[in-house]
Design a protein around this ligand. Sequence first.
Ligand SMILES: *Cc1c(COP(=O)(O)O)cnc(C)c1O
Length: 447
Amino acid sequence: MTSGSAHRRADARDAALAHAVREGLLGPRSPLIGLLDVDGVLDAVDALNEAFAGPATVQHTFAAKACGLVPVLRLLADAGMGCEVASPGELEQALAAGFPYDRIVFDSPAKTVEELEFALAHGIAINLDNFQELARVDRLLAGREPAGPIGLRVNPQVGAGAIGAMSTATATSKFGVALRDPGAVEAMTEAFAARPWLNRLHAHVGSQGCPLPLIARGVGVAHDLAERINERLGRTRITGLDIGGGLPVNFDDEDDRPTYADYVAELRAAAPGLLDGRYTLVTEFGRSLLAKSGTVATLVEYTKSAGGRQIAVTHAGAQVATRTVFMPDSWPLRVGIFDASGRPKQGPTQVVDIAGPCCFAGDLTAIGRELPVVEPGDVVALYDTGAYYFSSHFSYNSLPRPAVYGYRTGSDGQVRLASVRAAQSVREVVEESGLAQVDALVELRAG
Ligand SMILES: *Cc1c(COP(=O)(O)O)cnc(C)c1O
């Protein structure tokens, strides 16, 4: 059953798309944009807060890689969220958005000395990935206490979900300390025994394609380990559990499924003591907070047929839908067809492939779909693309990053849009391609 908030979201999206066409923001001179439903994002934050409400203190952070657009991060900061970052760029985006240091969590499997020094100096929470990194932090601290919480990431090795590349808790995953490897639990216990400041465990079990019981089991393993270490070393050694993100998103229809409440129910079943208040919890959701509030909208430039196959050529391809294009079976997207004035298209259907502008044959965002007959000038919408799509641009073919707009609709149906990111200009593409060094190689050759 489709919930009321899902209906609102669909209506608001249609209205915003028509508005963008009317205002010329989506049109021949700007044939690709991203749209983000501000109320949809805030509804997701509310649902998350409600689901985890209880005795435990919970700091919800947003995984910046899911949508590192500064105004989006600012909206989330304003809504009380923290921010999980995993690169210097994401850290700067989070700071620019106004997240205070004590609401930032720094995860990355490859933190440099400089990055660690910065995080330690400012009290940013850090999740360390491995024992070498722990030894590096020992050297950097040189006996001082860090200002913020420091955790150690574990790989509970509970196995993979449906998408291998999205499964972080396999036996051989590159993330965290692999708990089932010989001696790992003893080494972890010793690491905590030797360092009073080491006070968190971190587990991010997986992401899209991982069933809830699998994710909950991984969190349960981390919780059990915390209990065991605390029993051995005294109750208050591990005070925080960072349970990561990874709630899968339903890309098949409009519904939010599973919900955060479904996930919390699984967590309670897998780890009954987890939420009783003895541990401060941190979460790091990304996709589930943003995906269903985002839309890629693009103009159909041409339609054609080849060998009996109908193809609509648009401006959205691998540059904004990278995963869908390269792994179409794992990342199918719902598609909507709108006419040239932005109204949902009705009428006769055809089976069609929706293609992008990139110069390789596989640049398809939908394959063999039955959709209303598509004509040049129509608009194609790729739904549920608020996370890891228009915000995770792939610069293939030197295609520019598209403009992104946030929208709200009033009770009177009026749409208000705000520019979140301007479209990258072709000039900017050329500048970031080494324009300032245009003569570098001919001079090297001449010299
Ligand atoms: C990517 C990532 C997340 C967010 O995952 P989602 O599936 O988008 O919720 C959280 N924590 C870590 C460590 C990650 O790498």
